[in-house]
Ligand binder design. Structure first.
Ligand code: MF3
Ligand code: CO
Length: 239
């Protein structure tokens, strides 16, 4: 899993340079697919429940599971979430980052939301230690998001990960601390807060995939794959 994470990170490291106004989300997906092939990474997304792409790219009020599209051209101020899951020698790494195109007031607001998503993920990761319980992670994420007045999406969650992209348990991004299984070394989780500038309600659009906020407010999403160890967790999708 560490190798998968390291190789996936190599791809993500190059993404900021590609995120310019005028690029389509389908072009980005095609580039990611080519990069995966170079590294012998297998997409865990392509073919999953009939999904046809290697990434989910969600823009502005799209929260997660945005479908790459040639007509979706990025513009200044866009808040872009890119989510990619791969396996290497049969073991998975799942990762997402939020990016903001350009500058100006819209971009500043988007950047603030993206920063809070990242801080919430960090707070959750800090709780991923032996002796803590699963929902200690959930509660820490929720507290950080709500401290900033933002919303935590309820309808999607993080997950266990290993040979499969999605394994038990489900890891909610909200809830009361101190519940669920005791955390133990060797457990591997994909933690992925999805947060909104406004209300947390979301719906799935007519394409059957894209998740959007009901109130059309901006959303941010970040995800890391981590493994519990004797002390602090190993984050396999960071350096
Ligand atoms: N990688 C996503 C997750 O974080 C799942 C995307 S669903 C897919 O759980 F079909 F697009 F792959
Ligand atoms: Co995931």
């Amino acid at each position: 899993m560490e190798e998968a994470g390291h190789l996936l990170l190599e791809i993500f490291d190059q993404i900021p340079a590609l995120l310019k106004p005028g690029v389509s989300t389908l072009e980005l997906d095609a580039w990611i697919e080519e990069q995966q092939k170079h590294r012998n990474l297998v997409s865990k997304m392509k073919g999953y429940r009939g999904y046809r792409h290697v990434s989910c790219i969600s823009v502005n009020d799209e929260v997660v599971h945005g479908v790459p599209n040639a007509k979706r051209i990025l513009v200044d101020g866009d808040l872009v979430k890119i989510d990619v899951c791969v396996s290497y020698n049969g073991y998975c790494a799942d990762m997402a980052r939020s990016y903001v195109i350009g500058t100006g007031n819209a971009a500043d607001q988007a950047r603030k939301l993206a920063e809070v998503a990242r801080q919430a993920l960090d707070k959750g990761i800090e709780k991923a230690r032996p002796g803590n319980r699963l929902t200690d992670i959930s509660a820490a994420i929720q507290a950080e998001v709500e401290k900033h007045g933002f919303g935590v999406v309820r309808d999607f969650a993080g997950h266990g990960i290993g040979r499969q992209m999605h394994e038990d348990p489900e890891i909610l991004n909200y809830g009361k601390a101190g519940q669920g299984p005791l955390l133990q070394p060797g457990m591997a989780f994909a933690l992925e807060p999805m947060i909104t500038q406004g209300k947390y309600d979301v719906y799935i659009t007519a394409d059957g995939w894209t998740v959007k906020t009901v109130d059309k407010s901006l959303a941010a999403h970040v995800e890391d794959t981590i493994v519990i160890t004797q002390d602090k967790p190993k984050i396999i999708t960071r350096k």
